[in-house]
Design a protein around this ligand. Structure first.
Ligand SMILES: [Zn+2]
Length: 320
């Protein structure tokens, strides 16, 4: 076992123990932090400049949260507001936190556990191991905030003949008070044969020609299914048209197509329109015509052939 996989294993065990006694759907991050002796502060600031002024020599600060390694460890959350103030949060403040802030607390808890359990301090931004390390912290955060027992409970509630899709993930994410991608990532660890993508449809230049392009902004999948990676581009007019031409109105939030007839396989593509995409940066598309969350699933729940899954996209490409 390498050092990194040992650390991942130890963190994963810690996440399971910490969320073990939780009864509700949403894991209370403030309560877990306080059980670990960590204070959580909310720092509001008036403008963007206020953010970079905040520097602490012993803090790990990335994005919207920081961990301060002091006698009483502190996690600071930064939130833009009309006032600049600092609040000490209590367990009763959980419902005022955003999904993002809850995840940030879990991420900073991971750094703290690395420090107290293993004497590991966070890598410097820009160092060789930085992103590898951050990924481990995010993995822990995901497991803490969406424990596998919550996913299993959801699956049981669904019944054995229903294929889960992106619509379910949206609902479950809200109950767990996490973002769709955080829930989806934990879901695919438990459920085999499914993957989720956040895709942008639009026009972009490919070999000098303006074409229809599907840009994958986020991708997560179980081991046995092959779907496009994050940041990949798909040039497939058939999938593009199916997704964009089907009306996704206010009352019909979810659309789905079974590819059994066309492909002879047991695959199901479902999608749901996402209204807000301002926070995402697109690198390739000049013109965005739609933003969708999609799920790709093998229709059979048990014993789906991984070989077939692996060729799913190839088969779609050959339909052109
Ligand atoms: Zn970090």
């Amino acid at each position: 076992m390498t050092e990194a996989s040992q650390l991942a294993f130890s963190l994963s065990k810690r996440a399971e123990d910490l969320s073990g006694g939780v009864v509700g759907d949403a894991v209370p991050m403030l309560q877990i932090a306080s059980e670990l002796g960590i204070e959580v502060m909310l720092q509001t600031y008036r403008d963007r400049r206020g953010k970079s002024n905040e520097q602490h020599p012993e803090s790990h600060r990335v994005g919207d949260a920081a961990l301060i390694y002091s006698q009483v460890p502190k996690i600071k959350l930064f939130r833009s507001s009309v006032h600049s103030e600092e609040y000490l949060l209590s367990n009763f403040d959980e419902e005022y936190l955003t999904y993002r802030e809850r995840f940030s607390i879990a991420h900073e808890i991971a750094h703290w556990l690395c420090y107290v359990d293993h004497g590991i301090e966070p890598s410097r931004v820009g160092s060789k191991d930085y992103w590898k390390n951050e990924k481990l912290m995010d993995d822990f955060a995901g497991q803490l905030i969406v424990p596998s027992k919550v996913v299993q409970k959801r699956l049981r509630s669904l019944g054995s003949d229903v294929v889960p899709n992106i619509h379910h993930i949206f609902g479950w994410a809200i109950s767990s008070r996490v973002s769709v991608n955080v829930f989806a990532k934990q879901f695919v660890r438990v459920f085999d044969g499914i993957g989720f993508l956040l895709i942008f449809l639009g026009n972009g230049k490919h070999r000098g020609v303006t074409s229809k392009i599907i840009e994958v902004v986020y991708s997560t999948k179980s081991e046995n299914i092959d779907i496009p990676n994050s940041y990949s581009k798909i040039m497939n007019d058939r999938i593009f048209n199916i997704v964009s031409d089907t009306d996704v109105g206010k009352n019909i939030k979810l659309c789905g197509v079974n590819f059994r007839e066309k492909l002879g396989g047991d695959y199901f593509l479902s999608w749901r329109k996402q209204e807000d995409y301002r926070q995402y940066k697109t690198r390739y598309l000049d013109n965005i015509t739609g933003v969708f969350w999609t799920s790709w699933a093998a229709v059979k729940r048990i014993g789906n052939s991984s070989k077939e899954s692996n060729t799913l996209l190839d088969r779609m490409q050959t339909l052109e």
